[in-house]
Design a protein around this ligand. Sequence first.
Ligand code: KG4
Ligand code: ZN
Length: 334
Amino acid sequence: MVVLGIESSCDETAAAVLADGRRVLSSVVASQDAIHAPYGGVVPELASRRHLEVIVPVVERALAEAGVRLPDLDGIAVTQGPGLVGSLLVGCAVAKSLAYVHRLPLVAVNHLEGHIYAAFLTDDPPEHPFLALVVSGGHTALYLASAPLTYALVGQTRDDAAGEAFDKVAKLLGLGFPGGPVIERAATGGDPKAITFPLAQMTDGAPDFSFSGVKTSVSLHVKQRAPLRAADVADVAASFQATVVKMLVRKTVKAALHHGIKRVVLTGGVAANGCLREALEAAAIERGLRLHIPPRHLCTDNAAMITAAGTVRLAAGERAPLTLNAAPDLALAS
Ligand code: KG4
Ligand code: ZN
């Protein structure tokens, strides 16, 4: 089964072709980082305009690199949501047009399920049941995947997503956009124990996350000590990163143990963070958990993950109508 997948939920325009949902024949990602960098965050209107400009060449390149023509495809998968409505609409419109013209089956994919399916594009895919920590610029949530395509929400952020906190702190420190990679780089020269930022605790004991407190604390610290020297910036970056990582690791391990789950998937843009990957790996070994982390380029937004999830849904007989609409608040589970 050869499927084309299209992803345009935020600021990456991506297309991929996969065989049997596992073999990546091509995966093209056109980043808009340079467009949004001057603003320190994604500007929705600029994002949708850029998607419009590049989506056709991106799809054409994905097909060419895979050596596949549109009539050869067995189906088309597209991200329906969650994400920015203008961005999602571009991907959905292109996917629907191609499906209509070439009479191809169309399937809608939840972007968060796509992130989870990045873990199936490795030599060591997770067996069900597993717990997935999806940690990105828009979401931070724990899902229990009890069986294929079956998810329950175990915990989520009550305010900012972890990636959003990285982006906002990078802006505060004048480090650029996107925040995750620049904070990670700045942190390598800093002391993660230099500053104690607050670790959010849920008074009701829920496995939920909160990152607005640490972000505010960084903001106060930076204001009180301005102007910061390069060494201070490195210490703030390292201490902030260590705090976020500690919160993510603690809650994830606690939830896995609470639910008696032995396998954990770490995915989403923030899962590209080396400190988080190492810390969760160490905690997993200590607690006897099997950890599955996709390679970095599959953690950040891409269409290979959407195609992987879409292929499973197509194979299960799922079809989306040509009236398919973008769903900016689409939930994976409740
Ligand atoms: O999954 P993703 O590409 O897009 C969304 O679905 O949101 O995640 C993007 C987020 C951004 O907030 C970015 O700063 C963060 O992932 N990110 C990282 C790293 N690389 C990307 N955060 C921490 N460390 C990284 N190395
Ligand atoms: Zn994402």
